[in-house]
Design a protein around this ligand. Structure first.
Ligand SMILES: O=C(O)CCC(=O)C(=O)O
Length: 395
């Protein structure tokens, strides 16, 4: 085996030496010859690629070469790409290109996410551009203070209204599955309705992983628990006792729907086509909501930038007619119930909304819904506010 090393000679030139394993030194004949040759030739001032090819390259050439790479990258990024973008988008349309990008993101998310994709990339982009406005968190609220919030249509959280509820200290996902195994649940990920006890036995997922769905209390299998559960969730202390909208079942009931969800799942942005005031009570887990509403800018209707709200166990959130919302579980197994309330009514907000809707064309309304996959809002034409016994009701 031969090891190669270099040696500096007296005049600074490099000699190559081969040393065999037994230690004999052999300076190669070629190396000696090269040393002799080099010492006889004139040295190139600026360097030369080979001793026989001595050329002088001025320094500015090096500077130009060093600068050309970053400059060409900048030109590519700021001129070529925008030009190509403009050219392609003017041929096929900006929306088409944007949709292709969203499709690419959807495919990537579907391939990498542990749970089925529940929010499309275009909705995600809309939600990411959210407003910095924060929803107020109230406690010890009086009926009149609360009415003012509702009147303005300002979503609000009350943090101390569930603490005395019997249900608050026991309701969570496990409690429901163990104590009410036959309750029916619509499993969003699997797209089927099933008894809640089957959640941990789904073949697609282990245990509670990716569990996400809703419990509609008006379904016959669940109806028998409506009274028992709603009795444990009485009207919050700042609201009248009969505030819950009648669910329209045999005895006077409430209109309520349960939502169960685990991290990486949620409910994509949508509208509920009902006039009532909405109340959501968070029993367990932590969940993000986004809420937005239509705003008029001269002749156009737009969705306001969504406001992001985080709900913790014990929080009650109120929001109103025509508000577009989505939810996303952040931590733990989230269990919440949404209720419809007939009072208070968001009087001032509703009147403004009505004016704005009247001021634009039907095409403009349709554009608003189509732009964000929201349901058609025409149902709000059928909503109205009635004043009775000193209270405003929305019907
Ligand atoms: O709580 C949730 O995750 C969704 C609630 C909802 O969409 C609703 O109450 O309309």
């Amino acid at each position: 085996m031969a090891h190669r090393r270099t040696q500096q000679s007296d005049n600074g030139e490099t000699a190559y030496e081969n040393r065999t394993t037994d230690g004999d030194k052999e300076i190669s004949a070629a190396s000696k010859h090269l040393r002799g040759e080099l010492s006889r030739r004139p040295r190139a001032k600026y360097g030369a690629s080979s001793p026989s090819d001595v050329k002088f390259t001025p320094p500015f050439v090096g500077v130009i070469m060093a600068l050309s790479l970053p400059v060409s990258l900048l030109v590519f990024w700021y001129i070529t790409l925008p030009f190509l973008w403009w050219l392609v988008s003017s041929i096929v349309g900006v929306d088409f290109i944007r949709n292709i990008m969203f499709l690419k993101e959807d495919i990537a998310a579907a391939l990498t996410s542990p749970c089925a994709l529940w929010i499309p990339a275009d909705e995600r982009a809309y939600l990411n551009d959210h407003s910095d406005w924060t929803v107020k968190r109230l406690s010890n609220v009086t009926a009149n203070q609360f009415i003012d919030f509702v009147n303005r249509g300002e979503p609000v959280i009350v943090t101390d209204a569930m603490k005395d509820w019997e249900s608050f200290h026991k309701f969570n996902c496990t409690y429901l599955i163990e104590n009410y195994p036959d309750v029916e649940y619509f499993d969003w990920q699997g797209g089927r309705r099933m008894p809640i006890r089957y959640i941990p036995e789904r073949w697609e997922q282990a245990g509670m992983e990716c569990a996400s769905g809703y419990i509609e209390m008006s379904w016959p299998a669940n109806n028998k628990y409506l009274k028992e559960w709603s009795d444990q969730m009485p009207a919050p202390y700042f609201l009248p006792k009969d505030v819950y909208t009648d669910g329209g079942l045999a005895e006077k009931t409430v209109s309520m729907t349960g939502f169960l969800g685990t991290p990486s799942t949620g409910v994509s942005p949508h509208l509920d086509e009902t006039c009532d005031t909405f109340m959501t009570v968070q029993f367990s887990g932590v969940k993000n909501w986004s809420i937005s509403w239509p705003v008029r800018e001269s002749d156009e209707l737009k969705w306001a930038k969504p406001t992001i709200v985080t709900l913790y166990p014990g929080d009650i959130l109120f929001w109103y007619v025509s508000m577009r919302h989505h939810t996303e579980v952040l931590e733990g197994c989230s269990l919440s119930f949404s209720f419809l309330l007939n009072t208070p009514a968001p009087k001032q907000y509703f009147e403004n909304l009505h004016e704005d809707f009247k001021a634009v064309t039907q095409t403009e309304r349709n554009k608003l819904f189509a732009s964000t996959h929201a349901a058609n809002l025409d149902y709000i034409d059928s909503c109205s506010i009635v004043h009775n016994n000193g209270k405003d009701y929305i019907i």
